[in-house]
Every structure is written in C-alpha cells, then in structure tokens.
Design a protein around this ligand. Structure first.
Ligand SMILES: Cc1cc2nc3c(=O)[nH]c(=O)nc-3n(C[C@H](O)[C@H](O)[C@H](O)COP(=O)(O)OP(=O)(O)OC[C@H]3O[C@@H](n4cnc5c(N)ncnc54)[C@H](O)[C@@H]3O)c2cc1C
Length: 506
C-alpha cells in the first residue's frame, strides 16, 4: 500500500462541479487539497451538449462572479430568447418553466425583489457541464490542488484526528474528507449517512439516436397519456415513463430495442430507431442525507441530496453547498472558526436542500399522466400567466428568495449581498475574489477600519457611498457573500461585535 503524501488538510472524493468548486474555495484559503476522481475522462457524453446543458441560477452566477470565474464561461448565453412564441401579436420570451409550464419575461415583476439592484449579475444563464468543469479544473490546478483521475475511493476510516481513504492500491490521509462523489456516493454509503426521502414515480431517459422516420414524432415537449417525450435537437431524445422508476432501478442495459419500445409506448406511434449512440436514465427519487456531517466526514452536492432534474436545480444546490462549506471548513482547519461554525453548514444548507426536493416533488405531482394531475396542471398553467404567479415561480426557480435564517435583526441579514455599485463605478462583488469577509462602511468613517482590523486577515474593510444603498450605514458580509449583519443607524459597536464573533474569530 502506498502513501503518496503524509497528509492533506482535505480529501475530496469526486471532481464533479461541486468537488471542484469546493476545492477552489479551500485552496483560496490556503488549505492543501487532494481530489480523487473515479473517471479517467472528465468529458463524459452526458456532460456535453445538448444533455450537458445546465441552467445556472442567481446564487451560482453570483458565486462565479464573486470569485472572478463568470467571464470565463465562454458559451454562456442569457436565457432570454430560447423559445420565442407569439401571444396577442407581441413576442413573449420564455424565461423558464415549472413542470414544463413556461413562464415569460414580460410577466415577471422584478420590482417585488426589493434588494436586487440593476447592477446585479444575471438571474439565469445556460452553461455546459463540461465547460464549467474545465474552468473549475483550471482554477483548482492554478491554486495548487492535486487531482488524481481514474482513482476511485473505495473505503474509508476515521479516527478522532484524521480520515484515511483507500483508492486502488493506494491510501491517503487527511484531516477532513468531503464526499462530492455524486448521487451514488460511496462516501455517504460507507460512512453510514442516513439518506431519507421518497421513491420514484418515473424513469427518465436521455438518449442520442438516429430515427428512421422522425416526422412521426411531434416537435417540442409532448405530455401524453403515458408519459412525456421531447426532442431537444434532432436525435436527442428525453423521455419520462411513469413506471415507478422500475427500469432505472433494474440497472438493465439500455438497448436500442428498449429505447424504441419506450418511445413507441409514450408517443403512441410506430417510430423506428435506427441506431443508439448513447443513453442514460434518471428518476425523480428524492432523498437527502439527514446529517451533512459525521465528525470528520462531510457531504456536498448530489452526494447529500438527489431529486429529479425537473426545473434544473441540482447543480445550483450543490454549488451553493460548496460556497457555504468552503470558508467554514478552511477556518476550522486554520483554527480561526468560532464555536459551531462548521455545524452551521448543515443547519443552513439542509433546509435549502429540503425546499428543492419539495419543489421537484411538486412538479412530479402535476406531471403525472392522471386526470387529477392534468387538472392541477391546467390551474398552474393559468397561474403562471398571471404577474404574481410568474414572479413567484421565477423567484423560486432563479434562487432569488434564498435566505438563511440568521435572525431577523435586519431584513437583509441571511440574504446574498446586493451588488452595491460605488460612485466610482466599482461593485462590491468585484471585491470578493480573495474569499474574505467584508465590513462595508457606507459612511466612510475610517475609524471603523480599526474595528474590522481586530479580525486580522479575516475581514476586509471597504468604504464608499453606493449609488443605491437602501439607507444602510454599514454591513458585514461573510466570505460566501451572505449578509451577516446590517444597520441603518450609527454604528452600534456591541451589536457589530456580537454578529462578527458568530462567524469570525480574533
Ligand atoms: C438530465 C439531467 C439534467 C440536469 N439539468 C440540470 C440543470 O439544468 N441545472 C442544475 O442545476 N442541475 C441539473 N442537473 C443536476 C446536476 O447535473 C447535478 O446535480 C450535478 O452534476 C451534481 O454535481 P456533483 O458534483 O455533486 O456530482 P456529479 O456531477 O455527479 O459528480 C460526481 C463526481 O464524483 C465521481 N465519483 C463517483 N464515485 C466516486 C468515487 N468512489 N471516488 C471518486 N470519484 C467518484 C464521479 O465520476 C463524478 O465525476 C441535471 C441532471 C440530469 C441527470
């Protein structure tokens, strides 16, 4: 058995987007990180166009922007005009969907989002998994993270001081292990995390095929009495078969004959599949680890929660985990964490994950091929045509409403900080590349700098008048961009210290 290095601060199992982003956060804070990745080739077919397309929501876009990664997304396009359709003579642009029911740009009343500024980043972008992983891999390498590809973690053991993992014939040690190894996480299973939730209603298929008689299938998204099929591009099929997840669970090979039988059944046609290039299945099983931490082992991303890809939130949820966990774990390793900081990861992220699971369950409930679901679907269709309905759904899908329960001292506390724009044109989000906390002083009272400096290199002091600052005088922003404290009054030092001491130590 080989030990390549005596010990790392953190081993991450899985170089998917969540593992890579977490590694960046840890390395930014100067932690030593090893990533073990099972696959030799990061660019599996399902990570490339068109199946690799992912909708990035507001918290993810903000996270990439704040760490200086957003501009590197070359293929990103604002989802403003993917499916223009025409209603009452005017073009309406689809801005997203709920259970396949579209909602439209013009119906969304952004004035209801009080703290979103015009200088904010986009609310939604589309990106490709493969591209996102390439950008994140490049950043991890630049930050000195070691990635070993083609080496799967197979077993683990933890003591009070460290975790030892086995991968191939090698063994590695670290203070902490984070399982970012996806839905079938070995870390989760081996460490005995409970994974609670609900069973699937359907098997979903993503398949690339050659069709002999494509005219037999209708274009667009087609709910049918037995399921749903969609051709996103010629030959790229997505199907939902409400078989209770039976085929997916059987782990049988996905043959051409099976794909043909399924599409014929769902579309009620005799369409012929000539060739099958690749296929993958997924379900709406919705499960979540009841704890995200067991002593020195943590879970993030799909390893911690799974749900159907409807509404496309899994990647965003996982990257949110990584942004929340990175600085807390780094501070713990560097002995700068106040009591309870690391446990706040589960406390904050578990409820957000639970909401996303419920969001996906709600969509399945109205997509089922039953008369009851069809009736509910029609009602939701009408609701999404209303301004309040579209605004509510957009706010949820785009993550605008995400807020941690950090007490209610000020309405901004627990929210992502608005992208305040200073009078010289710079924006607060541009000051977050180094992953430090920020004490934002709008009144440029330089004596407050001393207060921030008590927290040494953990809190940066930034001062200046903003073009729109919602009557705030000062705010404390955590390294993940969440407002920890805010005030409209003259600075109340004890209140500030009390808030700062929850997240930072002197
Ligand atoms: C069809 C489909 C469409 C989707 N669309 C969207 C969308 O639009 N928006 C969105 O937000 N989400 C979407 N998702 C969900 C999103 O893709 C996942 O939530 C996201 O990829 C999770 O990232 P992750 O890093 O946690 O896990 P993964 O991307 O699964 O990465 C896990 C990594 O761990 C590796 N690994 C596994 N086992 C081991 C081991 N034992 N040792 C070492 N490495 C291991 C794997 O090889 C893999 O590279 C979609 C999912 C599907 C299936």
């Amino acid at each position: 058995m080989n030990h390549t290095k005596s010990s790392y601060d953190v081993i991450i199992s899985g170089a998917g987007p969540v593992g890579l982003f977490l590694a960046c956060e840890l390395a930014l804070a100067k932690c030593s990180v090893l990533i073990l990745e099972k696959a030799e080739d990061p660019h599996l077919p399902l990570k490339q166009l068109p199946f690799g397309i992912r909708g990035l929501s507001s918290p993810t876009i903000e996270a990439l922007y704040r760490r200086g990664l957003l501009n590197e997304l070359e293929i990103h396009k604002i989802i403003k005009n993917p499916h223009a359709n025409t209603v009452q003579g005017g073009p309406r642009r689809q801005a997203g969907h709920f259970a396949g029911i579209p909602f439209h740009d013009g119906d969304i009343d952004t004035s209801q989002w009080k703290y979103r500024l015009p200088s904010s980043t986009e609310t939604i972008l589309i990106s490709e998994m493969a591209e996102l992983e390439t950008i994140l891999s490049r950043r991890t390498e630049a930050l000195g993270v070691e990635i070993k590809r083609g080496l799967a973690l197979t077993s683990l053991e933890q003591t009070a001081d460290e975790v030892t993992v086995q991968a191939g014939d090698q063994s590695f040690r670290a203070q902490w292990l984070v399982g970012c190894d996806g839905a079938r996480s070995i870390v989760r299973k081996t460490a005995g995390f409970e994974f609670a939730g609900t069973d699937p209603e359907f098997t979903g298929y993503s398949a690339k095929v050659d069709i002999a008689d494509p005219e037999k299938l209708k274009p667009g998204r087609n709910p049918t009495p037995t399921g749903m099929y969609l051709q996103s591009q010629p030959g790229f099929l997505i199907m939902q078969d409400f078989d209770g997840g039976e085929f997916h669970n059987s782990e049988k090979p996905i043959t051409l004959e099976h794909v043909q039988k399924t599409i014929r059944y769902i579309s009620n046609t005799d369409v012929t599949i000539k060739a099958l290039h690749f296929a993958s299945t997924w379900t709406d099983r919705a499960r979540q680890a009841t704890e995200y931490r067991k002593e020195r082992i943590l879970l993030a991303g799909d390893a911690a929660h799974i749900h159907s890809p409807l509404g496309g939130q899994g990647l965003n949820l996982g990257l949110g985990d990584a942004m929340n966990l990175g600085w807390k774990l780094a501070a713990t390793i560097q002995k700068k964490a106040p009591k309870g900081l690391l446990d706040s990861y589960h406390i904050e992220r578990y409820p957000i994950g639970a909401q996303v699971l419920d969001w996906s369950r709600a969509q399945v409930a109205i997509m089922k091929p039953t008369p009851q679901s069809r009736a509910l679907h029609a009602i939701f269709h009408d609701l999404l045509e209303t301004r309040d309905g579209a605004t509510y759904i957009a706010g949820r899908v785009w993550g605008i409403h995400t807020q941690y329960d950090l007490g209610n001292a000020h309405p901004l506390v627990g929210h992502s900080v608005p992208n305040f724009e200073f009078e010289d044109g710079t924006k607060i989000g541009e000051q977050m590349k180094d992953g430090k906390g920020i004490f934002l002083d709008f009144n440029t009272n330089t004596s407050l700098k001393a207060l921030a400096s008590e927290y040494e290199d953990q809190i940066k002091y930034v001062s200046g008048r903003a073009k729109e600052q919602f009557n705030l005088s000062a705010a404390l922003i955590r390294p993940d961009g969440i407002v920890a404290w805010a005030s409209n009054e003259e600075l109340n030092e004890p209140a500030f210290r009390q808030a700062a001491n929850l997240w930072f130590s002197k």
